[in-house]
Design a protein around this ligand. Structure first.
Ligand SMILES: [Zn+2]
Length: 134
């Protein structure tokens, strides 16, 4: 193993690295940076540097319990939104393979393979039974 790798491993020991809040801070920083480019605003570039700076600080911090608390706080408030965005992305990616639709009774997302024709469907969440054409 090279000297650089060894020192990098030593440097990262006891730090937790990236978590969901770090990734979100990076994304928020990117949005602020784009806004600063679009509007030529110094305030937005300052906000983007602040978001990135805080994200980098968190990634390298050795105070793991404090960073864990921050991440849990973040997930409690925004975890649902993150899941929804991820699910919407999967639906979009597979939109040619599956027809995605909501259960008429409980509004859960269900899917059917495309071009399967009319099917009798039972919702796995609430047990509603109905016909669906895909
Ligand atoms: Zn249902």
């Amino acid at each position: 193993m090279g000297r650089f790798q060894q020192s990098l491993i030593r440097f990262m020991a006891g730090r937790r690295g990236q978590d969901q809040l770090c990734i979100a801070l990076f994304a928020v920083g990117l949005v602020f940076w784009l806004l600063s480019v679009i509007f030529g605003s110094f305030v937005f570039s300052l906000l983007s540097v602040a978001a990135w700076g805080y994200g980098i600080f968190r990634g390298f911090s050795r105070n793991i319990p404090a960073r864990e608390r921050e991440n849990q706080w973040f997930l409690k408030r925004f975890g649902g939104i993150i899941t929804k965005v991820k699910q919407a992305y999967v639906r979009f990616k597979n939109r040619k393979i599956y027809l995605y639709y909501r259960c008429p009774q409980c509004k859960s997302w269900l899917k059917l393979p495309r071009n399967i024709g009319e099917k009798n469907v039972t919702c796995g969440h609430c047990g509603a039974n109905f016909n669906k054409k895909a």
